[in-house]
Design a binder for this molecule. Structure first.
Ligand code: MG
Length: 159
């Protein structure tokens, strides 16, 4: 039994915030606005897991109206999803994600991001693909007002 899931997320760029992508701190003079640590990539990944299993979305699991999730590490949110008894029986076959960001250049950070995400799922790094694109100067992402991420993944039942 296999299930496919898709996730998308977008966050505004803000000065004075850290930039965390896939659980990795990326040195930059700006970051992403959000109630949690605003890890746009892990939010898309988490939504892909939830989508694959028809379990709603990250906003339903961790409402931004709940003060206990203020500043939450998105790695912890994904760990909580993966530990849920409805999710734990599923293993990640592969994940393919794209971050859309005009700046900063992410190529040097891709290996660390892949291994961070693979570690969260407990699978080898070669099952996780992360790509970075710019918006070629178009739209809000191109104006460096926002950053977005897409993720698609395949889960296979362990039982
Ligand atoms: Mg988000």
């Amino acid at each position: 039994m296999v299930r496919v899931g898709h996730g998308f997320d977008i966050h505004r760029i803000r000065p004075g915030r850290a930039l965390i992508l896939g659980g990795v701190h990326i040195p930059w003079e700006r970051g992403l606005a959000g109630h949690s640590d605003a890890d746009v990539l892990l939010h898309a990944v988490t939504d892909a897991v939830l989508g694959a299993l028809c379990l709603g979305d990250i906003g339903q699991w961790f409402p931004d109206t709940d003060p206990s999730y203020r500043g939450a590490a998105s790695t912890d949110l994904l760990r909580r999803v993966l530990a849920d008894p409805r999710v734990a029986p599923w293993e990640l076959v592969n994940l393919d994600a794209t971050v859309i960001a005009e700046q900063p250049k992410l190529a040097l950070h891709i290996p660390a991001i892949r291994s961070s995400i693979a570690g969260l799922f407990g699978v080898p790094g070669e099952r996780v693909s992360v790509k970075a694109k710019t918006a070629e100067g178009t739209d809000a992402i191109g104006r460096q007002a926002a950053m977005a991420a897409h993720a698609v993944l395949l889960l296979e039942s362990r039982v």
